[in-house]
Design a binder for this molecule. Structure first.
Ligand SMILES: Nc1nc2c(ncn2[C@@H]2O[C@H](COP(=O)(O)OP(=O)(O)OP(=O)(O)O)[C@@H](O)[C@H]2O)c(=O)[nH]1
Length: 424
């Protein structure tokens, strides 16, 4: 298998898990299925262990291969990039483990003992030695080697110093590291507990320290979210840090995409269902009121028929943005319910407050002054149904009653606001 074929195999793996597998991307990244990890491992083993000894020749081959693939992925393909980075991270960890298990001896002084396997039968050759020393230095992520008994940091690589700004003299042991990199006592406590659990897990599971995200304070005061994993051989462990900022950003984008209506750029129905359930749950344990407004654009079928669907789309986008701009409290929530229908949730708001907001929305849409020749006023208008729930109300009954109020407004001739009969 040549280099290009090897690269294509990795690309196909990423392509498959991004586009064809049934697992949603966010779940794939947060909770990778064993099938995904196993496929990545099989490919790693095939290329690195058996078929491609040439992978060993360069000090940092995995990084090079993945950089090449990254360059071939367009910057808009966020999910593909995230999946690729996930595979790269595993490969680097496996690469370390493989080297440790099969190549190293314990009588070498300039190599962290963590690289050294006591079960190794073959003494390491000189060029291999320099290779491993180099590996520690050139790997593109921060790495530190720690004595498990004393907590002394035995070695950190240049990348560690570059990224965090701490030299070995400044963080000589774990106690100082926890103090400096985790200055908030509360967060330090939870981070330490997470790390302790990870080390325990490693002892019970092949020495692999599982990856978790930690918020690390750098010497210049900035904070980075780092995914930390590693290897624990009992006497020492190696912690490998991977910058999770890009992954978290990609996850945020994916989450936004899943919950955003692509046309109007406000929350979609799925997001509404979630928020509605959350607000109703909250209502149960409080004496507050929750108000809701259903909004429907009047005679929108005729608008589309007269002005065309493209103008119709622009109109829906403008109406949605106007509603969102009018409802300004941070706890209020606006979503596209479907088609030309929108919904507003107003926590801690009584009927009077909700009617006031509905009037504001009506005024705002009037100010948009979108021509609509088939409308009574000559301008695009909306109809609204308003309803208010309290602790004892049922979610679905409330939703239905608000919908009925909206259709009452329609029957009244449109361009008006109707209050649910429950509130009269
Ligand atoms: N352009 C565009 N039109 C949409 C979209 N979603 C739904 N519609 C149209 O909105 C129209 C809604 O029509 P109806 O449900 O009959 O309602 P209406 O014409 O607004 O009448 P009333 O609600 O009774 O005032 C349909 O023609 C849908 O095709 C969209 O995303 N873009």
């Amino acid at each position: 298998m040549n280099y290009v074929e090897q690269i294509n195999k990795i690309k196909s793996l990423v392509e498959y898990y991004t586009c064809q597998s049934n697992q949603p991307i966010s779940e794939l990244l947060n909770n990778p299925s064993s099938e995904f990890k196993q496929s990545a491992y099989r490919l790693f083993y095939e290329l690195i262990k058996f078929k491609s000894p040439s992978f060993y020749q360069e000090p940092n081959p995995i990084n090079e291969v993945f950089s090449l693939i990254k360059r071939s992925i367009s910057c808009t393909e966020h999910s593909k990039k995230s999946v690729l980075e996930c595979v790269e991270r595993w490969w680097l960890e496996w690469y370390f483990t493989l080297e440790m298990d099969t190549k190293l001896t314990s009588n070498i002084t300039d190599i962290p003992a963590c690289f050294v396997s006591s079960s190794t039968q073959h003494p390491m050759r000189k060029h291999e030695l320099s290779h491993y020393a180099k590996l520690f230095t050139v790997l593109p992520m921060p790495i530190c080697n720690v004595c498990a008994r004393t907590g002394d940091l035995l070695k950190v690589n240049q990348r560690f110093v570059d990224i965090f700004g701490y030299t070995l003299d400044e963080v000589p042991n774990l106690a100082v590291w926890w103090e400096k990199a985790f200055p908030d006592p509360e967060y330090r406590k939870s981070a330490k507990a997470l790390w302790k659990n990870s080390l325990q897990f490693a002892k019970e599971n092949n020495n692999d320290i599982p990856a978790n995200d930690y918020r690390v304070r750098c010497s210049n005061g900035s904070e980075l979210v780092m995914e930390v994993s590693g290897i624990d051989n009992g006497d020492e462990f190696i912690a490998v840090f991977y910058d999770a900022t890009e992954r978290l950003k990609a996850q945020d984008i994916l989450r936004d995409m899943a919950f955003l209506d692509s046309l109007t750029k406000i929350a979609n129905r799925r997001r509404f269902d979630e928020q509605f359930a959350y607000e109703f749950e909250r209502l149960k344990s409080s004496a507050d009121k929750l108000s809701m407004i259903f909004i429907d654009v009047d005679h929108f079928k005729q608008f589309n028929d007269r002005y065309g669907h493209v103008t119709g789309d622009i109109c829906l986008r403008d109406v949605a943005q106007k509603i969102a701009a009018t409802v300004s409290r941070s706890e209020d929530f606006v979503a596209r319910y479907g088609g030309e229908e929108f919904v507003v949730l107003l926590p801690q708001t009584d009927t009077k407050g909700a009617l006031f907001i509905a009037e504001q929305i009506q005024k705002a849409i009037e100010e948009l002054a979108i021509p609509h020749q088939d409308s009574f006023t000559g301008l695009l208008s909306i109809s609204m149904g308003v309803n208010t729930a309290d602790t004892n109300d049922d979610k679905l009954v409330f939703l239905k009653a608000t919908d009925s109020a909206l259709y009452y407004a329609k029957r009244q001739g449109r361009n008006c606001i109707a209050l649910s009969s429950e509130n009269l």
